[in-house]
Design a protein around this ligand. Structure first.
Ligand code: NAD
Ligand code: TDX
Length: 371
């Protein structure tokens, strides 16, 4: 069993060139920071620098590591939809490991405009697979053994649970939003490239992540920022939908373990027993804000039930038994302390939130309703 606290350097072993796609996003950024902080690897960060991208956190790490680390982060500003540019990037990175996180990731946006989800998540993954396959076939024997393409996916591919049960690796796929359907398609492509062309791949399907540096369109930053500003807090439908929350750094632990120690062709479900209804999450954040930021009335008075998300999945929950028993993963943060730290972080970084929202031309308004 692998020690969950192993550093990135120990896990990477001989792999010294890592291609991370989507490294300017929320989870990819946490992966890049971990690789920079905990190893000597050169990190090639392929990202189209879309609306949710920002390099502030990576630049902070590079400054703290000093000038000799500057060359260890190489941004490749490339759209995965551009097959030729993807091929060139893979050639330039010459990777020992590929961690594929780049995707359009917001369910509400996939309802308002599904096309870009098909382009980025399906065609983009196809372009990456073709380029990586060529790269892998040209590798010398000594680099082939440890090589992996790690595809980072979501629990949403499994659909929607009732009151009981949890998703696991054998759960049939049943995606129900344009986002989850595009992610499911990409999972199938990755498995097909493994079985048909012998590409060594690992897949992970994780539950909802939370933590610092998430683009403020998802539930936790939206609620925190709106409540702090004294604005109405939108709770979709009856607020009883359940999500299984995991702190982003715990996800990064799981990703590095799966990428470096996972068995080729195998998938791992990742989740930290963090099930909460949306109403519980929103009320918890409001209580924390009552302590951190004085206001005339309790913040929960701002909660408003709004029209439900079309096709809103009722419940997600993960059984992480495989990654726990085979790779020794376990989460290091529990939801109550993780939420508290995260709420404080967004309160302390409201300037960053305003800046990235402005750059993205996003005013914090409701997305993903069907008229
Ligand atoms: P994010 O939206 O914060 O970041 C995604 C990054 O991918 C962005 O920087 C974006 O510019 C880039 N990207 C998108 N399309 C691209 C393209 N065509 N070419 C190049 N770059 C492109 O997303 P995130 O929350 O960090 O999610 C990362 C990955 O993890 C996604 O694959 C997502 O499906 C998966 N995931 C997310 C969660 C979650 O709770 N956020 C949970 C499980 C799995
Ligand atoms: O304002 C809101 N009010 C609200 O009630 C928002 C933004 C969301 N919600 C609800 C919808 C969901 O039930 O909160 C829940 C969480 O919503 P999101 O933060 O949009 O996440 P979700 O749709 O569950 O998807 C997330 O987890 C799985 C990520 O965005 C995906 O990328 C990941 O794959």
């Amino acid at each position: 069993m692998t020690d969950v606290m192993s550093s990135a350097a120990e896990l990477l072993g001989s792999r010294c060139r890592v291609l991370v796609t989507g490294g300017a996003g929320f989870i990819g950024g946490a992966v890049v920071r971990r690789l920079l902080n905990e190893s000597e690897a050169i990190v090639f960060n392929l990202d189209k620098m879309g609306y949710a991208s920002d390099l502030t956190s990576i630049n902070q790490v590079l400054v703290s590591l000093g000038p000799e680390a500057a060359d260890r982060h190489q941004l490749l500003k490339v759209d995965l939809c551009d097959a030729e540019a993807v091929a060139q990037s893979v050639k330039r990175a010459d990777p020992d490991l590929v961690m594929h996180l780049a995707a359009e990731s917001h369910v509400d946006r996939s309802i308002s405009g599904p096309g870009v989800f098909i382009d980025s998540n399906v065609t983009g993954t196809y372009n990456l697979l073709q380029a990586v396959r060529l790269h892998y076939e040209g590798l010398p024997e000594s680099r082939r053994g440890p090589f992996r393409l790690h595809h980072i996916s979501t629990d949403e591919v499994f659909g929607s649970l009732g009151a009981h049960g949890r998703f696991e690796e054998t759960t049939p796929y049943d995606p129900r939003s344009p986002y989850s359907a595009s992610k499911a398609a990409s999972d199938h492509l990755v498995n097909a490239w493994h079985h048909t062309f012998g590409l060594p791949v690992v897949l992970t399907n994780c539950s909802n992540n939370y933590g610092p540096w998430q683009f403020p369109e998802k539930l936790i930053p939206v609620v925190t920022l709106k409540a702090a500003a004294g604005e109405d807090i939108p709770l979709y439908g009856d607020g009883l939908n359940v999500r299984d929350w995991l702190y982003v750094e715990d996800h990064v632990d799981a990703l590095l373990l799966a990428a470096c120690k996972g068995e080729s062709g195998r998938s791992y479900c990742v989740g930290g027993h963090g099930e909460r209804t949306n109403r519980e999450v929103v009320e918890t954040i409001c209580l924390q804000l009552d302590e951190l930021k004085r206001s005339a009335a309790p913040h929960r008075d701002l909660i408003r039930r709004v029209t439900d998300r079309p096709g809103h999945d009722r419940r997600y929950a993960i059984n992480p038994a495989r990654i726990s028993s085979e790779l020794g993963w376990k989460p290091r943060h529990d939801v109550s302390t993780g939420f508290r730290e995260t709420v404080r972080w967004y309160l302390d970084h409201q300037d960053w939130c305003s800046r990235v929202r402005e750059q993205a031309h996003y005013d914090g308004g409701r997305l993903g309703t069907v008229t």
